[in-house]
Design a protein around this ligand. Structure first.
Ligand code: ADP
Ligand code: MG
Length: 851
């Protein structure tokens, strides 16, 4: 709803240059952000990470043991790791910041005499705000005009009863919140009823809300179910890891002579072990994937307000959508007029026969002068066109009262004072049943009318009835029913469907997702639209009144087969959501009005309209649809599935690579003649590949081709399920086997020295690691096919790792720090081959599974 009552000739608001100037001087209308963390804070946080502490512990130990170069190498790595973490965190935070700006409350202001919808933070002192039901007030302001306006100021006063507001021409001071009939409205309060025009007197920290330092939160950083599951997993693994670490230290020291030397070695081995098994990547993966996921989704014009929605999107089984504006363009044109048995079909240069004049005249009178409702715009356009210079066009008349639409009566009336004569003229339009009711029609007439309406509605037209009345008393009545209306005829409006919708609906079907259309429109219109967009079951339509008399059990049994609900009022959406949920569905539901809020809250994924939605609906929602387009919802679902998929891949890979690392760390403990193969420096080297692999490569991986051909993920599916863990363990086991073979091989072929064996094993491990990354990019597509699919980060990481390994193998100084012997080129090739072959079986498995 947009305020339309006020007279925009009297006020023009600020000019854009003046507004820009004030913004320069006074700043944005927002509170100084306390949440943004600087580099230093992030660095401090990194220092508390277990991985960091382990590295430092290790470095110190080396210093104690007098091994300076080892110590320096590790400390250098510490800074690299810290740098990477800081870059990652900033990237994540920037993504979230961008979202926060986009989803911050919006404001409707008057500038240069024009209505503009701007971000709430761009409001400046002196702006004229247009307020209406469901809006959050963006700044402190004084009402200049108010019509029946109530505001909920509980955020400031704690008092939950809305207070009535009055307007004032003079006041410029801000007052205090609370109390009836005052002209002040306050930032953060909610307009619960009525309309108003208010002049801003305070913004940002100068508002009452700003003074108490409360910021309106726009993105809630709550933990998602996946984060919960992962948190538990990490804690369990950490306990196991620490236990192992203790075992390793003791076992190592005792099996190697129980000397101070061996204890030193033992502690090193223990720390390496802890580094190898600490699953610190998992939480990082989730944070990054979800934040960047929200950013990706925003690029398909959908804003995320609650992070869990990103996960739930991939599991959605039902999309409940409004018809008007989401499935259709919400751009109406009048196609047909009907009066007294005659039909007029509009065409470009037709003239309107006299008998239709009154119908159109009152249709226009039942519309606002400054129209935003597309239906009313269509009527006015047609009136302007065909009646513009007749006695049926009343530009001078003044509207004295309007009776709004209500859920009980889908009709509205406008009362006008004619320029001559002293009677009021009343024009009503609305759903034909409601108009018939207002006109007290005979049953026979109603029957004929219903038939005609149905005929028009079956063509997909939205049908409105129009009626008129006169009123000659001074006092206007309480209700529309008190007028004596006379029926004038029917108007048929066309609202074309969005051309992409039929294909998108089919995409939902192949993806195992049901689409349910919910509309306030006539059942026949709904049915016709359902047919046009290709809904699965178009014939069965349940109407709002039928819904009212249906028991919950009956609804639950019928809802699996009904895809169209017509003449539904927003309050009934909640029942539909609950019925669907009771049947085990994962429900996404769209809505825009104040009354949609409960249903949006109750749905697993509440989707508010960004274009025409109220702030109340936006605040109750999980996602905000910026362009109101049904296609964007489905794109978001697709992205949700992709994000979940990629999280699974990253987690699977991370589990897999830790198997050989942990294996190599623990085996030497039990074979007393084995040297320590992996030292902390090797593990850090590997981490430098693993970290960006998870956060950059897998995050950016494209959706699998079949992503919208699968059924929705079960909502109770665990991330660490048997299949994922099994595949990871087998993959990692394969690499470990290759490592052992190379260990054995190096001994047999005369490289028995500790450093040579380490060189063989480590080179193979790095190769195996890269192979794991490449193969886990997809569990469907094969390795070779993916070379053609770009993933910029992939090549950076793979080439970077190759170059680093090359340096370590060829520069003698580096070789020393890594405690590795020199390898012949053929030997390096052999190691790389072994590393890649060790994961090769997975490629075969992919092929077999595809058959
Ligand atoms: P939808 O779900 O298609 O958006 P609405 O809930 O907005 O439908 O409207 C339901 C019915 O209420 C319409 O089919 C129409 O009969 C009536 N209606 C809605 N808006 C108006 C209006 N501005 N003037 C007259 N009737 C209206
Ligand atoms: Mg509507």
């Amino acid at each position: 709803m947009t305020p339309e009552f006020f007279d925009s000739t009297r006020a023009t608001g600020l000019s854009e240059p003046e507004a820009a100037r004030r913004q320069q001087v006074e700043g944005y209308n927002e509170l100084p952000q306390g949440t943004r963390r600087g580099v230093f804070t992030i660095a401090l946080e990194v220092m508390r990470e277990p991985m960091f502490l382990l590295l430092v512990a290790c470095g110190s130990l080396y210093l104690l043991m007098g091994e300076l170069s080892d110590a320096l190498m590790l400390l250098a790595f510490v800074f690299v790791v810290m740098g990477i973490t800081i870059v990652q965190e900033r990237r994540t935070e920037r993504a979230l910041d961008a979202l926060r700006d986009l989803s911050s409350p919006r404001a409707l202001v008057l500038r240069d005499g024009q209505q503009r919808r701007i971000a709430g933070r761009e409001v400046v002192r002196g702006d004229l705000l247009l307020l209406s039901e469901g809006d959050r007030v963006p700044a402190d302001a004084v009402l200049r005009q108010a019509l029946n306006l109530y505001a909920d100021e509980s955020l400031l006063t704690g008092e939950s009863v809305p207070v009535r507001k009055a307007s004032s021409e003079a006041s410029t001071q801000t007052g205090k919140p609370g109390g009836d009939d005052l002209p002040h409205v306050f930032s953060g309060s909610l307009i619960t009823r009525g309309q108003g025009l208010a002049e801003v007197v305070g913004t940002g920290p100068r508002t009452e809300l700003g003074k108490i330092g409360k910021a309106l939160q726009t993105i809630e950083q709550e933990k998602t179910p996946l984060q919960g599951e992962t948190g538990r997993m990490v804690r369990q693994l950490a306990v196991v890891g620490l236990g192992l670490c203790a075992v390793v230290i003791v076992a190592f020291a005792l099996t190697r002579g129980n000397t101070p030397q061996s204890w030193g070695q033992g502690v090193l081995a223990g720390i390496a072990m802890a580094m190898a098994v600490l699953p610190e990547e998992f939480p990082v993966i989730l944070t990054i994937f979800l934040a960047l996921g929200a950013w990706r989704i925003s690029r398909s014009r959908v804003l995320t307000r609650r992070m869990p929605a990103i996960e739930t999107l991939g599991a959605a089984t039902v999309l409940c959508t409004d018809k008007t504006g989401t499935l259709t363009h919400n751009q109406m044109t009048v196609r047909q007029l009907y009066t007294d048995g005659q039909t007029f079909v509009s065409s470009p240069d037709a003239t309107l026969p006299e008998c239709f004049h009154a119908l159109l005249e009152y249709g226009v009178l039942a519309s606002k002068k400054e129209v935003f409702d597309p239906m009313e715009r269509a009527l006015r356009d047609m009136g302007d066109d065909l009646l513009g210079d007749t006695e049926h066009w009343h530009d001078q008349w003044e509207m004295v009262r309007d009776y709004p639409l209500s859920p009980e009566l889908l009709a509205l009336s406008h009362v006008w004072r004619a320029t001559s004569g002293d009677t009021f003229i009343v024009a009503a339009k609305g759903a034909p049943e409601a108009i018939a009711d207002l006109c007290h029609m005979e049953p026979k007439q109603v029957e004929a009318l219903v038939e005609q309406v149905s005929r028009m509605a079956k063509e997909g037209l939205r049908v409105l009835g129009v009626a008129h009345a006169h009123w000659s008393q001074d006092q206007l009545p309480q209700e529309q029913h008190d007028f004596h209306f006379e029926f004038l005829g029917l108007v048929g409006l066309e609202d074309p469907i969005r051309s992409t919708v039929p294909a998108t609906v089919q995409e939902c079907y192949t993806a195992g997702i049901r689409v349910i259309m919910i509309t306030g429109d006539h059942p026949d219109t709904a049915r016709s639209i359902a047919r046009q967009i290709g809904l699965r079951s178009q014939e069965q339509v349940v109407t709002g009144p039928e819904l009212d008399v249906m028991s919950d059990e009956e609804l639950a049994s019928r809802i699996p087969n009904v895809d169209v609900f017509a003449r539904v009022v927003p309050e009934q959406k909640l029942r539909l959501v609950n019925a669907l949920k009771a049947n085990g569905e994962v429900v996404a539901m769209t809505g825009d009005g104040v009354n949609d809020a409960p249903a949006l809250k109750a749905a697993h994924i509440g989707i508010a309209m960004g274009g025409r939605g109220t702030d109340v609906a936006r605040e109750a929602s999980d996602l905000i649809l910026l362009d109101d387009d049904f296609g964007s919802i489905v794109r978001a679902v697709r992205l949700g599935r992709r994000i979940y998929d990629n999280i699974k891949k990253a987690v699977g890979y991370t589990l897999a690579i830790h198997v050989p690392i942990a294996g190599l760390s623990i085996l030497p403990v039990f074979f007393a003649d084995w040297p320590l193969l992996l030292l902390p420096v090797h593990i850090v080297f590997l981490e430098l590949i693993i970290d960006p692999a998870c956060s950059l490569i897998f995050e950016a991986e494209n959706a699998e081709k079949d992503i919208m051909l699968r059924v929705p993920r079960r909502p109770d599916e665990r991330l660490f399920n048997f299949q994922v863990v099994m595949v990871s363990v087998l993959q990692g086991g394969g690499v470990l086997a290759a490592l052992l073979i190379m260990y054995w091989f190096s001994g047999v072929f005369g490289h028995g020295g500790e450093d040579s064996r380490r060189a063989f094993v480590f080179t193979t491990l790095v190769a195996g690691n890269l192979a794991l990354i490449l193969t886990n990019r997809s569990w469907v597509r094969n390795f070779a096919a993916m070379f053609r699919e770009p993933n910029a980060a992939l090549w950076w990481v793979v080439c970077g790792a190759g170059v680093m390994l090359g340096l370590v193998l060829s520069v003698p100084a580096l070789r020393d720090v890594f405690h590795m012997g020199a390898l012949q080129p053929q030997e390096v090739e052999l190691c790389v081959l072994a590393g890649f072959l060790s994961v090769g079986w997975f490629e075969v498995w992919k092929q077999l599974r595809r058959r």
